[in-house]
Design a protein around this ligand. Structure first.
Ligand code: ATP
Ligand code: MG
Length: 761
C-alpha cells in the first residue's frame, strides 16, 4: 500500500497538545511518536487504532514514528509474531522511521542506568521474599512498611546487583527496587521493582541476560533512548504516568524529554480484543488461525477482504477520546461497505443454485454476452459472460408457493436476468419425493441485453450464471463471531460464540472470476474476496467480506410478507444495534454528562430514552459523585424494584438515592445490604438509612477482617494463585468465591479490589 496514513488533517486533544508544544518551541519543534507492540500475538483492530494514531500524528506534523517491539519479557514472545506485526503495520500504511527497533537492544543501556540509580542512592537490592514484599507494600488505606534491606549501603547494593546480573542467584531471591516512598498514596510508587531475576532464554538476546527489566522501568527509558517526544498509550496506564516521570527524572536529563499521554482504547461490540483470549480461540481451534476471517485481527480482516482504507475511515470516524466507551460494530461495518461500494466491480455468482432450462433456446447455442464490470460504464472494461440453454438462479429467487406480494420468479411470472434476457417460468421439475429440482422456463428471444421491444418491465431483475460454463466455488459466509455485544461480560467468553458464524456453500461463479479481480461485489449478494490461502487452481474459495445490507439492523424492523419469508432462510441475528455513541455525541447535554462521569455511551443512551429517569439520575449522581456507579444501580436495582412503574412513582427523590450511593461508594454500606433493601425502600420511602437501621443487616466487614480473610484464602489456594499469575485469569472467579465465603458479609467490590491488588502485584 502506498497510500499515506493521514490523508486529512485531524484535530483532537492530542493535536491540541502538540500544537501547544510546537508553539512553545518544545522538543526542537520535533514530533516523534512510536508504536510499541509486545510481540506475543497478532495485531488486532484495537492496535490498528493506535497505529493509525501514532503514524498519523507523525505524518501530520512531518515528524517520525518508530516501530518498536517491546520485547522485554523473555517468555511468550516469538519471531513469528514479530514478522506478522511488521507486515500488518506496513499494510496499514505505517512507514516507520529507520529499522524496526527492539527494546531488548537497549538492555545494556537500561542496566547501566540502573547501576547509576544505585550509585545515586535511588535504588536498592531487596531480598525479601515475594510474600513479605507484598505484605509490606500496604494497600489503599494503609501505608507500606520499609523493607529491612532498604538501607543497604551503596557498595553492597552494587555488588549484589552485579552478582544478580552475573547469574549467581536463583529466580526470586533478589530484586532491584527504586527507592521512592513506601507510604506514597499511589501504590505503584511504593518502591517499584526495576529488575527481577529470570533465568530464561530470550528470542533475541539468547542467554546473555538472566535479569530482565520491569515494564514500568523499561518503557520510559525505551522512549527516552529513542528520543520520543509524545508517548501515547491507553488509559489504563494513567496511574503509571507518575512512575514514568520519576524514572525519567532520575535517569535524565533527557533531550527530548518524553511525555506520556493516554487515550481511550478501542472496545468493539461482538468482539474480544485481548491477545490472551484471541490466542485461546486459536489454540482451542475455535477458529482456523490468527488470520481466520472472523477474527478481529488485522490479518483476519485482510484475509476477509477489508482494506486499510476502510480501517482508516473507521478510525477517523470514531476519533480519539479520553474516556473509554464501547464502539458499535455497525460503525466498522459501515466504513467497510462504503469503501467496497466504491472499489468493487460487479460480477455474477449464485450461492444456492437451482437449475433453469430454457425450453425454447437452441440446444447447442452459447452466446458470449459482453457485460461491463461497472454497471452503466463499459469504458471501465467488460468481460464475456456465457449464456445458454442451461442456467442457474438462486433458489431464494424462486417460490413454488408465492405470497401475495412476491415479485421474483414463480410459475407464470416473468423476470429479467441481469444483462441478458427476460424469462418466464412455465413449470417446476420435481424429484419423486416432491423436491424442486429445476425450473422450465421460456425466454423472450428479442430481449437480449435486458430490454423488451414492447418496453414492458418485469418486477425483478435476478442474477444468474450459465450452468455448463460457470465454475464451482466454495463460498464462506461469515457472521459475527459472538452473539452478544459484550462477550467479555458475564461468565466464560467462549459460551457466547456464535455457532453460525461460518457457513460454507458450494456456489457457481461466472468464469471470468477465475482470472479476474480478486475483490468484487456478487450482484445482489455482497462483497467478496478471493481467499489467497485456501484457493486452489480450479477450486477457488471466496470469502464474504460483508453483506450488501446490514442484516442485523434490518432484522429489528418488523418483517413483512415475501421479504420476511425469504429472509427467514438466512440465520437471523438476535440483537439489534443502535448507534448509542452517535446519539450521545449528537446531544451536547449528554456528551457533557458522559465526560463528567466517564459513562459508557450505550448505558447513557439507553437511560436518555426516558427523560424523567435521566433527570432523576442527574440529581442522584450530583450527590453521589460516582456517576457510573449510580447509573448502574439506578438501571439495575432501582428500576428493577419499580417493575415498570415510572420513576415519578418513587417515594424518594434523586438526591436521596444519591445519598445512598455516596454511602455505597464510601464503603459505609455493602452491596449485599443495598441489593437486599432497595425493594423495601421503594415500598416504604423516606431515607435509606432508616430502612437499613431497621433491617438489622450487618455493618460492612471491616478492612482488617477482609485482610485476614484474604491472607487465609491466598495461603489455602497457592496453586491457583500461581496459575492465575501465569495467565489463567479465569481462576479469579474461584479465588473471589473463596474469599467471599471466608469474609462473609463483606462488600464484593472491596473484596474484588483487594484480591486484584494482591494478584497483580
Ligand atoms: P493485550 O491486552 O491484548 O495483550 P496490549 O495492550 O498488551 O494488548 P501491546 O502489544 O502491548 O498489546 O499493545 C501495543 C500498543 O497498542 C500499545 O501502545 C497499546 O496501548 C495499543 N493498544 C492495544 N490495544 C488497544 C486497543 N484496544 N485500542 C487502542 N490501542 C490499543
Ligand atoms: Mg501490553
Amino acid at each position: 500500500m502506498t497510500q499515506s496514513v493521514s490523508p486529512s488533517r485531524r484535530s483532537n486533544f492530542l493535536t491540541d497538545i502538540i500544537d501547544a508544544d510546537l508553539a512553545a518551541g518544545k522538543n526542537d519543534q520535533k514530533v516523534v511518536t512510536r508504536f510499541p507492540p509486545e510481540p506475543n500475538g497478532y495485531l488486532h483492530i484495537g492496535h490498528s487504532k493506535s497505529i493509525l494514531l501514532n503514524f498519523g500524528l507523525a505524518e501530520q506534523y512531518q515528524g517520525r514514528c518508530h516501530l518498536r517491539m517491546d520485547d522485554t519479557n523473555p517468555v511468550a514472545e516469538d519471531i513469528d509474531y514479530v514478522r506478522s506485526i511488521e507486515h500488518d503495520v506496513a499494510w496499514l500504511g505505517g512507514k516507520w522511521d529507520g529499522e524496526v527497533r527492539f527494546a531488548s537492544d537497549y538492555f545494556p543501556r537500561m542496566y547501566e542506568l540502573a547501576e547509576r540509580l544505585v550509585q545515586a542512592g535511588k535504588a536498592y537490592v531487596d531480598s525479601q521474599d515475594v510474600e513479605e514484599m507484598r505484605k509490606n507494600r500496604g494497600d489503599f488505606g494503609r501505608p507500606g512498611v520499609n523493607s529491612p534491606f532498604r538501607e543497604r549501603s551503596i557498595a553492597e547494593n552494587l555488588d549484589l546487583l552485579r552478582r544478580m546480573k552475573a547469574g549467581e542467584f536463583a529466580d526470586g531471591t533478589h530484586v532491584l527496587r527504586a527507592k521512592v516512598d513506601m507510604s506514597h498514596p499511589n501504590i505503584l510508587m511504593r518502591d517499584p521493582l526495576i529488575y527481577r531475576i529470570r533465568h530464561a532464554h530470550h528470542h533475541r538476546t539468547g542467554d546473555t541476560w538472566c535479569i530482565y527489566p520491569m515494564y514500568d522501568y523499561a518503557h520510559p527509558l525505551e522512549d527516552a533512548i529513542e528520543g520520543i517526544t509524545h508517548s501515547i498509550c491507553t488509559l489504563e496506564f494513567e496511574t503509571n504516568r507518575e512512575l514514568y516521570d520519576w524514572f525519567l527524572d532520575q535517569t535524565g536529563p533527557w533531550n527530548p524529554r518524553p511525555r506520556q499521554y493516554e487515550f481511550a482504547r478501542l472496545a468493539l461490540g461482538y468482539t474480544v480484543m485481548s491477545k490472551r483470549k484471541l490466542l485461546q480461540l486459536v489454540q482451542d481451534k475455535r477458529v482456523s488461525g490468527w488470520d481466520d476471517p472472523r477474527m478481529p485481527t488485522v490479518a483476519g480482516m485482510r484475509r476477509r477482504g477489508v482494506t486499510p482504507e476502510a480501517l482508516r475511515d473507521f478510525a477517523e470516524r470514531i476519533g480519539v477520546a479520553k474516556n473509554n466507551s464501547l464502539v458499535d460494530i455497525g460503525k466498522l461495518e459501515f466504513s467497510i461497505r462504503q469503501d467496497l461500494e466504491k472499489r468493487c466491480p460487479r460480477a455474477l455468482a449464485v450461492l444456492r443454485p437451482v437449475a433453469v432450462t430454457l425450453t425454447n433456446w437452441p440446444d447447442d447455442m452459447v452466446q458470449q454476452l459482453d457485460l461491463p464490470w461497472w454497471p452503466g460504464d463499459p469504458s471501465q472494461g467488460t468481460r464475456k459472460v456465457p449464456f445458454s440453454k442451461y442456467l442457474y438462479i438462486d433458489r431464494d429467487d424462486f417460490s413454488a408457493d408465492p405470497p401475495a406480494d412476491w415479485r421474483r420468479l414463480a410459475v407464470g411470472r416473468e423476470v429479467r436476468l441481469q444483462g441478458a434476457y427476460f424469462v418466464r417460468c412455465d413449470a417446476i421439475e420435481r424429484s419423486p419425493d416432491g423436491q424442486v429440482t429445476g425450473l422450465r422456463c421460456s425466454v423472450d428471444l428479442h430481449s437480449r441485453g435486458g430490454e423488451a421491444q414492447d418496453g414492458r418491465q418485469p418486477a425483478a431483475t435476478l442474477h444468474w450464471v450459465d450452468a455448463r460454463h460457470s465454475v464451482a466455488a466454495e463460498v464462506r459466509l461469515y457472521d459475527r463471531l459472538f452473539n452478544v455485544e459484550l462477550p467479555d461480560g458475564e461468565g466464560d467468553f467462549l459460551q457466547h460464540l456464535n455457532p453460525d458464524s461460518l457457513q460454507t456453500v458450494t456456489a457457481r461463479i461466472e468464469p471470468a472470476l477465475t482470472e479476474g479481480p480478486e475483490r468484487v461485489q456478487f450482484v445482489r449478494v455482497g462483497y467478496f474476496f478471493r481467499d489467497g490461502k485456501d484457493s486452489q487452481p480450479g477450486a477457488p474459495v471466496w470469502n464474504q467480506t460483508i453483506s450488501l445490507k446490514d442484516s442485523w439492523t434490518k432484522a429489528k424492523q418488523p418483517a413483512r410478507g415475501a421479504k420476511a419469508k425469504a429472509e427467514a432462510q438466512t440465520p437471523q441475528p438476535t440483537a439489534p444495534t443502535t448507534d448509542w455513541a452517535a446519539l450521545v455525541a449528537s446531544d451536547p447535554a449528554l456528551t457533557a454528562l458522559q465526560t463528567r462521569y466517564g459513562l459508557d455511551a450505550a448505558a447513557l443512551g439507553r437511560l436518555a430514552q426516558d427523560g424523567e429517569r435521566l433527570a432523576y439520575f442527574q440529581d442522584a449522581a450530583a450527590v453521589a459523585g460516582d456517576g457510573a456507579l449510580t447509573l448502574r444501580w439506578l438501571q439495575n436495582d432501582l428500576a428493577g424494584a419499580l417493575a415498570g412503574a415510572p420513576f415519578a412513582a418513587l417515594p424518594f427523590d434523586g438526591k436521596a438515592f444519591g445519598r445512598m450511593m455516596a454511602d455505597l461508594a464510601a464503603g459505609k454500606l455493602t452491596n449485599t445490604a443495598a441489593k437486599a433493601l432497595i425493594p423495601a425502600w421503594v415500598k416504604r420511602g423516606g431515607e435509606f438509612a432508616a430502612v437499613l437501621a431497621d433491617s438489622g443487616l450487618a455493618a460492612p466487614v471491616q478492612g482488617d477482617q477482609l485482610r485476614t480473610a484474604l491472607a487465609e484464602v491466598l495461603a489455602a489456594h497457592g496453586a491457583e494463585v500461581a496459575r492465575y499469575r501465569q495467565g489463567e485469569t479465569k481462576l479469579l472467579g474461584v479465588l473471589l468465591g473463596a474469599l467471599m465465603r471466608q469474609a462473609k458479609g463483606c462488600d464484593p467490590q472491596a473484596a474484588r479490589a483487594a484480591l486484584m491488588a494482591e494478584l497483580q502485584s
